[in-house]
Design a protein around this ligand. Structure first.
Ligand code: GLA
Length: 373
């Protein structure tokens, strides 16, 4: 277990017990992609893979070790360094904004099962686990929701990634074994039981383009809203656009803004329909929505790649597969394959047999739980 490994790592690095150890999971978003920053609905599950952070007061500076051998010596109070320790340092900086620590340094040990580059938000798992552990060390009693908000501020501010709120909320709040239906406008949540199987196929594609493209999509969304406000002055989020008005509104938007808006409005509806389909055990309907999500991300949001499309196309006709789509931000990462109940292992094996795809990793996702010790 990562928590035990982080505890052991801490003890072997500093010959003392950590003051707190907290773990948080990676996430797989079932549907509702690129809608969180438009006030839409998302439906992530927590993965069985977790990151654990063990912390204790130190004599000076930030000293961080990971079980992969990475060691960092940084400043305290923390400053941005441009490496993985920024996720911990960012959360620490947020917590210290409410009052300085009563100790001159911080010791951190990190252990993780969360695969990197597999589209499961290893960064949010690290941030949320670090937020939980540091809050305990500082004697702050913060609910998981507050820890998620703090971790999100760390990511968008200190680390500087303009992401939506989904990943940190999923890592903090997802109920055990269920998906989290999250309204990203009100932050209301509800649990949706997941009684089908989930398989994640890693593409192995690098994320080089992702940061720039993600920021570009966010700018396009802002531009579209500026234009649409001429007709809908009360528009706050793109998901405020009533689907029935799309035919009338889209002609006022230049390409590609019209395509972006069609994706956001359609994907938000699909996420709500998918939650209903899961609740009704209507797996075929869920699979169709997953397929439609990918097609929209490919054609309208244009965040797929030929390789992701090829993996999706290879997965869809396999026995036991309900639907397949790119998952996470896109431009590389992974494909989520929804499989009929009990079919996950067989579907994963069938995908591995598709030798021409050369998939670096195919994993069965077992829905886990949000923040925990
Ligand atoms: C990344 C971001 C999330 C979300 C997804 C796309 O994972 O961190 O906030 O926007 O992309 O749905």
């Amino acid at each position: 277990m990562p928590s035990e490994r982080a505890d052991r790592l801490f003890r072997s690095a500093w010959s003392e017990a950590p003051a707190a150890v907290v773990s948080a999971p990676g996430r797989v978003n079932l549907i509702g992609e690129h809608v969180d920053y438009h006030g839409g609905h998302v439906l992530p599950v927590a993965t069985q893979w977790r990151t654990a952070v063990a912390v204790g007061a130190g004599p000076d500076g930030l000293a961080a070790v990971s079980e992969h051998g990475a060691q960092v010596r940084g400043a305290w109070p923390p400053v941005r360094r441009g490496d993985w320790s920024d996720y911990v340092a960012g959360v620490a900086a947020e917590l210290l904004a409410d009052g300085p620590a009563a100790f001159p340094g911080l010791r951190v040990a990190v252990a993780s099962d969360v695969p990197l580059g597999a589209g499961v938000s290893s960064s949010a798992a690290l941030e949320v686990a670090a937020a939980g552990a540091l809050a305990k060390l500082l004697g702050r009693s913060l609910a998981p929701r507050a820890l998620a908000a703090l971790a999100h501020r760390a990511e968008t501010g200190f680390v500087g990634v303009p992401c939506g709120v989904m990943d940190q909320m999923a890592a903090a709040l997802t109920p055990s074994g269920s998906a989290l239906l999250l309204n990203c406008r009100t932050l209301e949540t509800s649990a949706v039981a997941v009684r089908l199987d989930l398989v994640l196929a890693e593409s192995g594609e690098s994320h080089e383009l992702r940061a720039g493209r993600y920021a570009e999509r966010r700018r396009e969304g802002e531009e579209a809203m500026t234009i649409l406000r001429a007709v809908l002055p009360s528009l706050v989020y793109l998901t405020d656009v009533p689907p029935a008005l799309l035919p009338r509104l889209l002609p006022s938007l230049p390409a590609p803004l019209d395509r972006r808006v069609r994706h956001v409005v359609g994907e938000n509806q699909r996420a709500l329909l998918a939650a209903r389909a899961l609740e009704a055990d209507d797996f075929a309907a869920f699979g169709r929505l997953v397929d439609a999500s990918h097609d929209s991300l490919r054609d309208l949001y244009e965040c797929s790649t030929p390789r992701l499309d090829a993996i999706v196309a290879a997965a869809r006709p396999l026995p036991g597969v309900l639907g397949a789509r790119l998952v996470g931000a896109g431009w590389g990462g992974a494909v989520l394959v929804a499989a009929a109940p009990g079919e996950g292992e067989a579907v994963a094996a069938r995908l591995c047999e598709e030798g021409a795809l050369g998939l670096p990793a195919v994993r069965v996702v077992r829905p886990g739980a949000g923040l925990g010790a």
